[in-house]
Design a protein around this ligand. Sequence first.
Ligand SMILES: NC(=O)C1=CN([C@@H]2O[C@H](COP(=O)(O)OP(=O)(O)OC[C@H]3O[C@@H](n4cnc5c(N)ncnc54)[C@H](OP(=O)(O)O)[C@@H]3O)[C@@H](O)[C@H]2O)[C@@H](O)CC1
Ligand SMILES: [K+]
Length: 503
Amino acid sequence: MYIVTAKEMYDIDHFAMTEIGLDGKLLMENAGRAVADRVTAIVKDTDKICVLAGSGNNGGDGFVIARTLLDKGYAVQVLQVVANDKILGDAYYHKRLFERCGGIISLFDGKCTSMITSNNVIIDAIIGIGSKGILREPLASLVHYINREAKKVISVDIPSGLPADEGKGEFISIQADYTFVIGAPKVSAFLNHTSPYYGKWEPVSIGLPSRAFKTNTSRFVWGIDDVRNSLPDRKPDDHKGEHGKGLVIGGSKEMPGALAMSLKASLRAGAGLITGATTEGVIRMLSANCIEATYKELSETNGFLDNRTDVSLEGYHAVAIGMGMGRRTCTGDLVRSLVHTAECPIVIDADGLYHIKEDLLDIENRRYPTVITPHPGEMAMLLGITVNELLLEPFRYSREFAIKNNSYVVLKGMITIITSPEGEQVVNMSGNPGLAKGGSGDVLTGIILAMIMQGQTIFQALCNACYIHGRSADELISEKHSYHDLLASDVIDGLAKVFRIIS
Ligand SMILES: NC(=O)C1=CN([C@@H]2O[C@H](COP(=O)(O)OP(=O)(O)OC[C@H]3O[C@@H](n4cnc5c(N)ncnc54)[C@H](OP(=O)(O)O)[C@@H]3O)[C@@H](O)[C@H]2O)[C@@H](O)CC1
Ligand SMILES: [K+]
């Protein structure tokens, strides 16, 4: 499933019409019919439906929906929220069809109308992706009234007034219960501050060819089929060396568990051999508990890793660094020297990110893949901006960072955005609020380490790791756990089921 900006959607639309020859009226017919079909699945036969139609093509979709529902026998009427002379082109064509089929259209007189309260379903086709700036009057008041009074609101393509793109913090928008997005979800369906306005959303296909999407966007949602298509099978004659020898560097006297979590997750996610490199004290605490891993003792100052041992990375296929290591200066020296010298992929997480902040040039100049896995606070710290600024435009900031610093960025959050150094972006939607707990990130890093040592591209490995991590939490919530009690270590145990589902 692709994710588009408003401009990309217009480009895709244009491509479909000019390169393929699809007619705009036909696309509108397809859009309206597809939405009407979905609407019939969530309304009752006895429901009274009011379609609010605006001046652009979103309103045009509304007329098709109204005609289709009328034809199916529903009690439906249209409230046109703009003057007659504003309905033009394809929308006018479909308005005429609706009227000729016996459809009734009322004109919105600028006052809040009883039609909003006398109907139990409102279909919002006021404005789609053509929305510019903050909604003007009288539509702004109408939207406030709908949000206050309407019983069930179904938006067409996007809740009216909501920006399709990131970077816009001020708007007046319909609060939908459901949104049926036309062709592909828009970026705002994936942002913390705008996604709640969509209610439950679902894409509807209107016959736009996949070529049109491929040519115009490089952003998409990673799903289970993508995992199945990219995750390599394990062959009967495989041996442990073929599934990667990974090194996890982290832990300190204050946070030994973070390292344990990454080690266990990595082994459960399929790594062949995993070594934990940490202080003597942490090894003593973990080794009886995490027996499948091997250990390497590094030098320390007062329980925190330092740079006095010469750490050899020879023979390791990938390294993860940062979890639970703390922010001491001596530990920072170790992180920077390893990032500088590692001749294999390196995953930098948690406090490791703090230590590389001043030396981003080190990762920019690396000849081997670098993966950073920040949560919004860490990403904002690396960028020198506030978390609010980041969350307003997470796609743009991630892409700019990934390209500039020649690295893969896994920006964790309510939804996770994975960006390649070339700027390709994927959204992972598995996962739930139960993951908002200490240790979740350490588990993800462990899974990432395992995945990047299997036979797939780094980008696929990151997308698969995020999907599997979130899916484990989802399966656990659907069975025996709740958002409250789910622990990071449960997520490790849940991996068994996810691998069975995938294979
Ligand atoms: N992509 C596809 O392939 C297909 C897309 N389709 C559909 O087309 C939709 C996009 O249609 P679109 O481009 O006509 O724009 P749309 O969203 O209807 O809004 C434009 C109107 O809004 C008004 N307006 C704007 N800002 C405003 C404000 N702040 N306050 C008040 N008014 C404001 C503006 O009025 P103006 O400012 O010009 O007076 C203008 O008249 C898309 O979302 C999807 O549903 C399908 O039909 C099939 C194929
Ligand atoms: K709409």
